[in-house]
Design a protein around this ligand. Structure first.
Ligand SMILES: [Zn+2]
Length: 558
């Protein structure tokens, strides 16, 4: 342990003894458990989290002020676990509470009606999960929140479920050698902490970040380290409604450890270009800035709203890829702004980020690059052990981390690619913009996506989403062809030979009739499969050299 951390620990411990510690640190609940039926979606609504944290020691101190709309509820059930509690207040008065089994249930004042209530929780302890306090890959002390999927509860008393999005402001007191990143816009400049700051002000700086648009708790973070911070440029100019900057653009930056600046410059170089591409393709940039942060997250990349956290090891070893950067940047729209209302809807975040990440490279680097990425996704799905399960399971898995599988990523990306193939480019991108505009800052189910595309295309699409999202598997196609007796037609037979447990797919399918030698252009026809075996007759001027099924790769098939 570095000496200055030990000294700070002693300081913090002394300061903490002065405040009441009514509930010592209990054992934490397990991470990643799915919600119990009816656990979320009750009347009470958290509107805002105002979080104050004291960092710089293994133990943190926190004060969370939640602005809550009771909607008639008598109590506020918060997720919180493994931390000690100093005080709980409601509208400035000590409030009754029960703290057990991962829930801090606060009694709300009576007779409030619909008036908003401020609930304050003062707490302390060493988070058991969801907040990493340790030395980084270079041996220097760092502190990072790492919440996905429901690990904010280990350091932040919260309704830790994506149904209840809220705005957040963060005040962090940290050692002066640390830079502190958080969600939203920097408020003022970092300044020496007040003498009575939480955890003691001496020898620390206070940083403030605030976001005025709602986000899910799994993206509410702070990160603190000795960072080198560099701006990569301006982006989303004129299309960044919550940017605080007078030029109407956002700042795109990286926050990297000093040892890794050269690689960070390289791998994040096109991040502003990515922001501009997604802004044009999807809609206005939803947040106040975009920081790309080297961090202690357990994931390769974590799309925290306006402050993406990347694996410190991937950056230190120069193996973070631009594909991950494009994926995480597109999550700002899909995942952070438009959020799945339930964890089983994860493909609405990960499938979208996988596909839109690839779309950036289609636009920037060309069709071959895009097709290689999609082919890698296809192969990873076909080789996986999850093809017998649908993307959206009927029930959540026993552990939410099990959702991080290629159904949500690779197959999800292919569902969007196939949707594009079915409705065509123009309708696809119009549908995406409509879906985004309708649900920005909100929560969605797969049916909301279907509805948006049905509205824009004027076609029923329940069959499409049902077979690809709610049913398992993929089609395995076999085809053969011969000439008709009079030589005027290709007679094409196509069979779906996938498992009988999987659906018989309805597949609009491109067929390319390739003439022999120098006998003119290929002839493209569209057929629609609806049966396990079907025959199609295609008029041709002469016998072709070849007949190819889905030549441009629009269908996920084995
Ligand atoms: Zn992702």
């Amino acid at each position: 342990m570095p000496a200055r951390i030990a000294a700070l620990l002693a300081l913090v411990a002394t300061a903490a003894c002065g405040s009441a510690r009514t509930s010592p640190e209990p054992l934490p609940v397990e991470a990643g458990l799915p919600a119990a039926p009816g656990e979320y979606g009750g009347a009470v609504d958290v509107l805002h989290y105002d979080v104050e944290l004291s960092l710089g020691a293994p133990e943190i101190q926190g004060r969370a002020t939640l602005t809550v709309r009771p909607n008639g509820a008598a109590e506020l059930p918060l997720d919180f676990t493994g931390m000690g509690i100093g005080a709980v207040l409601a509208d400035g008065r000590p409030a009754g509470y029960d703290y057990a089994r991962g829930k801090l249930t606060v009694t709300l004042p009576r007779g409030q009606g619909d008036a908003d209530t401020d609930v304050v929780v003062e707490y302390f302890g060493t988070p058991d999960d969801g907040f990493v306090i340790r030395d980084n890959v270079h041996g220097d002390p760092v502190a990072f929140a790492d919440n996905w999927p429901n690990r904010a509860r280990f350091w932040l008393p919260s309704v830790d479920h994506p149904t209840d999005k809220a705005t957040v402001s963060l005040t962090v007191h940290a050692p002066p050698e640390w830079q502190v990143i958080g969600n939203g816009a920097l408020v003022g400049r970092p300044a020496p902490a007040a003498a009575d700051a939480l955890g003691g002000g001496e020898g620390r700086n206070t940083w403030r970040w605030a976001s005025e648009v709602p986000q899910p708790t799994y993206t509410m973070v702070v990160g603190a380290a000795d960072f080198a911070v560099e701006s990569l440029g301006r982006a989303a100019c004129g299309n960044a409604p919550v940017s605080p900057d007078p030029d109407g653009c956002i700042d795109v930056s990286f926050w990297a450890y000093p040892e890794d600046v050269a690689f960070a410059r390289q791998v994040f170089d096109r991040a502003p270009e990515m922001v501009d591409f997604f802004t044009r393709t999807i809609g206005p940039y939803p947040f106040a800035k975009l920081a790309n942060v080297q961090s202690a997250t357990r994931f390769g990349g974590m799309e925290n709203a306006s402050a993406i956290f990347y694996s410190e090891r991937a950056i230190a070893a120069s193996r973070l890829g631009e594909g991950t950067v494009a994926h995480e940047v597109s999550h700002q729209w899909f995942g952070d702004s438009v959020t799945g209302a339930d964890w089983t809807q994860l493909w609405l975040s990960e499938g979208f980020a996988t596909y839109f990440g690839a779309l950036f490279f289609e636009a920037a680097d060309g069709l071959d690059d895009f097709r290689e990425r999609m082919e890698r996704s296809r192969q990873s799905y076909l080789r996986s052990g999850v093809t017998a399960r649908p993307i959206v399971p009927a029930d959540p898995p026993e552990n939410l981390f099990d959702l991080l599988n290629v159904n949500n990523y690779s197959k999800g990306a292919w569902v969007l690619h196939m949707l594009r193939g079915v409705v065509g480019d123009e309708t696809f991108f119009e549908g995406m913009r409509a879906y985004y505009e309708r649900h920005a800052y909100g929560t969605v189910l797969t049916n909301d996506l279907r509805q948006a595309f049905e509205d824009v295309s004027g076609r029923p699409l329940d069959w499409f989403f049902d077979q690809w999202v709610f049913q398992p598997g993929y089609p395995v196609l076999e085809s053969e062809w011969e000439m008709s007796g009079d030589g005027s037609e290709v007679v094409l037979t196509v069979r779906q030979t996938q498992s009988a447990d999987w659906p018989t797919f309805r597949l609009p399918l491109q067929v390319r009739v390739v003439p022999g030698g120098a006998a003119g252009d290929a002839q493209d026809e569209t057929i629609e499969l609806t049966e396990r075996e079907q025959m199609f007759r295609i008029s041709v001027p002469r016998e072709p050299a070849n007949v190819r099924i889905d030549p441009d790769g629009w269908v996920l098939k084995g």
